[in-house]
Design a protein around this ligand. Structure first.
Ligand code: NAP
Length: 322
């Protein structure tokens, strides 16, 4: 990545896990902010952020982190965004932009907005990129390259502040789209939240099987199961919060999913090969569409852009969970 124009003077990151540390690495690589200040909940994580040299300054409290920052990004589980907004509100600099990276947007807007003073610009965001790994070691600067970042600014948000945050995400490599928080939550319920729920379920079901031993499940996992285990390894805190926060949209999509599973169940029971063939042909075309627009690689089981995993260089980084 080459250095380009500085957009913000002081970027404050609250939470330095997979997403926060990837923002720190990418923002630094791109020179997107003159300085980066970071904090995390535990002393261990703060120490690790210092060791990794991810920020210019690492402070002990959320309040201290936001002092003098013109961009503040909450990179923490969605369930604590409201509490942290309340905590930092009195310390925010005049005219600062406050954002987040939460995978659910309606609840984040509901929980954060009431605490924020009118003197700041609130522009919620969701980078649709991730892996099943957590913590400051898991991040990498290319995580957002060619991935979408969805902004959900509430009505009346200063357009200049929203445009500047969009420019920040573009600088980190992302494509930016703006939509309402409710719409975001509905779209992500089917593209991200339901797939995670299915993965968590199927891995749990396999684990409980009496007739198939655990070692057989692991041994023959390449038959499709392995991809589910990767998704089902995603952070339990983050995903607990996502399902609690996006309850309505997830239940709506789950209802539709259950109807479709019933239809396929019936087709299998009746030996209706045509129905199965038609469905599988339709879904194959969807996969091709995703590959065609560059959101995944056609290569089978390709390596990922994670520092701990051996991988061959890819045109685009892996973006799995979000
Ligand atoms: P993560 O790796 O588990 O990191 C979470 C960070 O938040 C940690 O540094 C943690 O500190 C800190 N934290 C938790 N509670 C805090 C609090 N009350 N005050 C200050 N810091 C706190 O999580 P992540 O995967 O980066 O996810 C962060 C956010 O990004 C979530 O809202 C998630 O929905 C969203 N997101 C995730 C992905 C993904 O694939 N993972 C993709 C897109 C968006 P400690 O380490 O000290 O506990």
């Amino acid at each position: 990545m080459s250095k380009s124009a500085t957009l913000y003077n002081r970027l404050a990151l609250i939470g330095v896990g997979l997403i926060g540390s990837s923002i720190a690495r990418a923002a630094r690589a791109q020179g997107a902010a003159r300085s980066i200040v970071a904090t995390a909940r535990s002393p261990q994580t703060r120490r690790r952020v210092v060791e990794l040299g991810l920020a210019d300054q690492v402070v002990e409290s959320n309040a201290a982190a936001v002092e003098g920052a013109d961009l503040v990004i909450l990179c923490i589980p969605v369930g604590v965004c409201g509490t942290v907004a309340k905590e930092i509100a009195p310390h925010l600099a005049l005219g600062a932009t406050i954002s987040d990276v939460g995978s659910v947007k309606n609840s984040v807007v509901r929980d954060m907005a009431p605490h924020l003073p009118k003197t700041v610009h609130f522009v919620p965001a969701h980078p649709v990129a991730g892996t099943e790994y957590s913590g400051p070691d898991a991040g990498f600067a290319e995580l957002f390259v060619n991935r979408w970042c969805i902004l959900t600014p509430p009505k009346g948000t200063d357009a200049k502040a929203a445009d500047k945050l969009a420019a920040f995400w573009r600088l980190l490599g992302a494509n930016v789209e703006t939509m309402g928080p409710e719409h975001h939550d509905l779209v992500l319920a089917i593209t991200s939240h339901l797939p995670h729920l299915i993965a968590y379920t199927i891995v749990g079901t396999a684990d409980e099987l009496q007739t198939v031993t655990r070692s057989e499940v692991l041994k023959f996992s390449a038959g499709g199961f392995r991809d589910f285990t990767r998704i089902a390894a995603s952070d339990p805190t983050m995903w607990r919060d996502v399902f609690l926060a996006n309850k309505d949209a997830v239940l709506e999509m789950l209802g539709r999913f259950n109807e479709d599973v019933s239809a396929l169940t019936k087709a299998i029971r009746k030996g209706d090969g045509d129905a199965l063939f038609e469905q599988f042909t339709r879904t194959r075309a969807i996969r091709k569409g995703i590959v065609d627009i560059g959101q995944d690689s056609p290569t089978p089981d390709f390596g990922r852009s994670h520092p701990d995993l051996p991988h061959t260089p890819l045109p685009k980084p892996y973006a799995g969970e979000d």
